[in-house]
Design a binder for this molecule. Structure first.
Ligand code: ADQ
Length: 457
């Protein structure tokens, strides 16, 4: 990067959480975004504006590992309306192909607006003259314009981690122009894929009457750059954990414990966009038809609990658990359970051991901005083994062309791909994995942050 402007990150959540067992201590939270941005913000002694994750109002600004931490507080009503309401029940389903019906509530919208205003004020207070401010994700789409109004001296970037919907869906939004106007307040508006970026530019031109192209919009005399910046993972980190002897041993332990059968692995946040229930039903169909049997294959589903107070998530969980029960009731044999289901968060070392142990990784979301699990899997296979079956509807499918790409709603097609993966000759599988790993290594999360910030600078 040419200059070393100071960076202020504005995100729904802070990069630190309360350290366990220590009321006054804070520790860096796990997760991709924090891993990517924390070192950059720290190196430039920047700031991070975000919510603490609770309704506790007593948290004052503090410095943690050279980063100025600027907490934004939310009341219980705001957590309900801005976060669980507008963010998770309006924007999330609408931006994911309306897989569940989005709910439009004027009260939630007013609250979203107010909370965005509070984040913008906190960002304006945290930024010094000429800083770069990088606003993250769908929770804060109004912040770029609000911040520009207060601080025209700043360079403002925005990155959306989830898909940006096409016109037919986005047009449902009663406050569509307000949201677009919020976003074009940024100098750079970044998306996961080119088609997300294209959807956005077209909508901004249509509903805001702007001039421009797919990659540049003119807002008065100001140019807004619109582009795709596919997010990624810390490749070296996963690769090195995967190479540890303890990991290899743990992976062998997992294989023994699952009966040395072909291991099909699935790892997701428990979210209806991830296609978990449909994937289980595809496996059930395969067992039923005799494509596979529990004596030679096992499916391991690891799902981390998520947004449990949103009704659609609770329903999804019930549906998944019912399906797992039905499959096991029908197809398991003593010592040969057909589906192992773990609803929990695993420490990263254990997750990597599962990635190492798998013969096949199935990542089949119905819609996903990028999907990091498939990239983590590739990075965790320094042995060159493993086959990736990946949904066409994950942003990652645009990059990981050597995976077996499937349409998860096409049961027969997905089943055929899975059979193909189970029978794939070793050399073919290794060749594919080598290319996938090269792709993820070259385009890691540091590359992502660097590309975006260079554009913004
Ligand atoms: P998410 O929807 O959360 O992210 P994803 O990209 O798959 O989806 O990331 C999930 C993360 O959770 C991965 O890092 C994975 O390792 C971890 N995880 C999942 N299950 C786990 C478990 N049981 N135990 C421990 N860890 C687990 C949103 C968008 C994505 C986009 C990212 C980043 O929806 O499309 O890729 O942001 O921009």
């Amino acid at each position: 990067m040419r200059s070393a402007r100071r960076i202020v990150v504005v995100a729904n959540r802070l990069p630190v959480t309360r350290a366990r067992g220590d009321r006054d201590g804070w520790e860096v939270s796990p997760g991709g975004l924090v891993t990517a941005l924390h070192p950059i913000v720290r190196a430039r002694e920047g700031a991070w504006v975000g919510w603490t994750g609770s309704a506790d109002k007593s948290v004052r600004p503090f410095t943690h590992e050279s980063i100025s931490i600027r907490p934004v507080s939310l009341t219980d009503a705001e957590i309900r309306d801005y976060y669980h309401g507008f963010s998770n029940r309006t924007l999330w389903p609408l931006y994911h192909d309306a897989i569940r019906t989005p709910e439009f509530s004027a009260r939630w919208w007013r609250c979203y607006h107010e909370v965005n205003r509070r984040f913008a004020r906190a960002a304006a207070a945290a930024a010094r003259e000429g800083d770069m401010v990088w606003v993250q994700d769908f929770h804060l789409q109004l912040v770029p314009s609000m911040l520009r109004e207060a601080r025209p001296d700043l360079r403002i970037g925005f990155f959306l981690h989830i898909p940006f919907p096409p016109e037919e869906l986005f047009a449902w939004m009663p406050w569509r122009s307000e949201i677009l106007r919020g976003l074009v307040g940024a100098d750079v508006v970044g998306f996961q894929t080119f088609s997300d970026a294209q959807n956005f530019s077209r909508l901004a031109r249509r509903f805001l009457d702007l001039e421009g192209t797919d990659t540049t919009l003119l807002v008065g005399r100001r140019k807004v750059h619109v582009g795709s910046f596919p997010i990624s993972i810390d490749f070296d980190d996963f690769d090195s954990v995967a190479r540890r002897p303890e990991t290899t041993e743990a992976a062998a332990g997992i294989r023994r414990a699952t009966g040395d059968r072909k291991l099909i692995l699935c790892v997701d946040r428990l979210d209806y966009t991830k296609g978990i229930d449909l994937r289980l039903r595809t496996f059930e169909h395969m067992l039923d038809r005799g494509d596979v049997s529990a004596s030679d294959a096992v499916l391991v589903q690891i799902a981390v609990p998520s947004r449990e107070n949103v009704p659609d998530y609770a329903d999804q969980r019930v549906e998944i658990e019912r399906t797992v029960g039905r499959i096991n009731g029908e197809f398991s044999a003593p010592g040969q359970v057909a589906v192992h289901y773990f609803r929990r968060n695993l420490p990263r070392e254990q997750l990597v051991a599962y990635y190492r142990a798998a013969d096949i990784m199935m990542v089949t979301p119905l819609r996903d901005g990028m999907n990091l699990v498939c990239k983590e899997f590739c990075a965790s296979r320094p042995d060159g083994g493993g086959v990736l079956v990946l949904s066409e509807f994950a942003g990652a499918a645009r990059q990981l062309r050597r995976a077996l790409l499937v349409n998860p709603r096409d049961t027969d097609g997905t089943a055929a791909a899975l059979v193909g993966a189970l029978r794939m000759p070793r050399d073919d599988a290794r060749q594919r994995m080598a290319i996938l790993r090269m792709m993820v290594r070259r385009h890691d999360v540091h590359h992502w942050a660097h590309e975006f910030l260079e554009k913004l600078d």
